[in-house]
Design a protein around this ligand. Structure first.
Ligand code: EPU
Length: 416
């Protein structure tokens, strides 16, 4: 199994190009199943998750062609509206096929995802909303079977603005009969891009980027092409590394998507300069401790919480980090403490006392973002760090060690 080996404390400098967003491309890929045609997606990151989604689309019957960040999906011969357990258990985003396949075929069978490394992560919002649209839902042998000749528009209100449920329901409602209104919808940039894409396909979605979406169902969608937005979470991960290790410039970013993080980084004392498509960050002379609570967009992303915790371990004082989106998403904390960090947990709150330095250690990654936090900590730590189980990082970060190496880090992948 591969490991990442880091000799820490190398100064970083230079430019790094941010890849297309994982959490934007995955639902866009499933949206192509809505049309009997060929769709082209560009700036597609070459990730394990993208490859898993390609595998799933191929099982469903689509033909996929992925070269140099360009993905062509031919969904004309799609004939198997099923998502098997083996794939759904490795990538929850497989659940995104539920809405589009039900809309196109009137029938879909998708494995129930089950729990994940940081808690139960239920799918009740997806299922209750589909029921409101008229679907008959049954659970059999771990699979959800959903049926509806044609979905019918309805009023849906989510208790929490779930990203996945909003995406699934928007895709299902795009060709439903009549009008669907979603209140408390997710406003994340990835959902905005999905809605924009559906409109390019001929859907009629209004209120995009607000918490109230109105979808007037259309009879037929046509194929469309799209370029995936830059990954704000990958960008945020590099910003944390820059805050610790040297002035770096991120190219191909949308700074507005990172507003809440950029404002926290300047509270830390970092110098930040942005253009429309780039961000330059320089480390603070003294890194101020800054409390942070995750929230839905435009709040601080839960997908950057682990990296923020890593940053705060080296701040000049104490900070409090709360995750309100996922209460159990702290598997990185015991691993960060192995570097000599001083973090205590109280339910969904991390209490961090900054230490003078971290010392390299063998650590283990447990999920995508936890792995990113361990890599950032390893880059900042004195001596050698080895990060095992790095298949997690490969799910969501394209060429991470090559990108850090190009900035001057001493990091390599080793097959053990
Ligand atoms: N929730 C429910 N019931 C549901 C759906 C969600 O109770 O039916 C709860 C969840 O348990 C959670 C909250 O609502 O407490 C938010 O979950 P959400 O549905 O928004 O998350 P998701 O769609 O499953 C996406 C991203 C995650 C990211 C979250 C939050 C993708 C493929 N995944 O997940 O990204 O953490 O939104 O922003 O877009 C990652 O990239 O590492 C990752 C985990």
């Amino acid at each position: 199994m591969d490991k990442i080996i880091i000799q820490g404390q190398a100064k970083l400098s230079g430019e790094v190009e941010i890849s297309g967003a994982k959490n934007a491309v995955l639902p866009i890929m499933t949206a192509t199943l809505l049309v009997n045609g060929v769709s082209k997606i560009s700036q597609v990151p070459d990730l394990k998750d993208t490859r898993t989604m390609i595998k799933l689309l191929e099982i469903i019957g689509a033909k996929c062609d992925f070269i140099n960040g360009n993905l062509k999906i031919d969904a004309t011969s799609v004939d198997n509206p099923e998502a098997p357990y083996d794939l759904v258990k490795t990538m929850r985003a497989s659940f995104y096929v539920l809405g589009p396949l039900l809309a196109r075929f009137g029938y879909v069978k998708v494995s129930l995802p089950g729990g994940c490394a940081w808690g139960p992560r239920p799918v009740d919002y997806h299922l209750n909303a589909l029921k409101k649209l008229g679907a008959k839902i049954t659970l059999k042998s771990g699979y959800i079977l959903a049926e509806a000749k044609r979905l019918k528009g309805a009023n849906i209100s989510f208790d929490f603005p779930s990203v996945g449920a909003t995406g699934n329901i928007v895709m299902a409602a795009a060709t439903a009969l009549g009008i669907t209104k979603i209140s408390n919808a997710a406003k994340e940039p990835e959902i905005v891009q999905l809605c924009d894409y559906l409109n390019l396909m001929g859907a009629n979605i209004k209120g995009i980027g607000t918490s109230k979406l109105v979808i007037e169902g259309v009879d037929l969608l046509k194929s469309a092409d799209i370029k995936v937005i830059p990954d704000r979470i990958e960008a945020g991960t590099f910003l944390v590394a820059g805050a610790l290790l040297g002035e770096i410039t991120l190219k191909n970013v949308i700074p507005k998507h990172l507003d809440s993080m950029l404002s926290k980084l300047s509270d830390c004392g970092c110098d930040i300069a942005s253009t429309e498509t780039s961000i330059t960050i320089s480390p603070a002379k003294l890194l101020n401790p800054v409390d942070m609570t995750t929230d839905v967009y435009p709040g601080f992303a839960t997908d950057l919480q682990a990296q923020w915790v890593a940053l705060m371990t080296l701040a000049e004082g104490s900070s409090i980090i709360t995750d309100n989106v996922y209460h159990d998403r702290f598997s990185h904390v015991p691993e960060l403490n192995r570097f000599g960090a001083n973090i205590k947990m109280k339910k969904n709150v991390a209490l961090i006392r900054g230490v003078k330095e971290l010392i390299g250690a063998p650590v283990m990654s447990t999920d995508i973002r936890a792995s990113a936090s361990l890599i950032v900590a390893g880059l900042a730590a004195k001596g050698e760090t080895s990060v095992s189980r790095i298949y997690h990082i490969d799910r969501g970060y394209e060429k991470i060690e090559a990108k850090f190496r190009s900035l001057g880090a001493n990091i390599m992948r080793k097959n053990t």
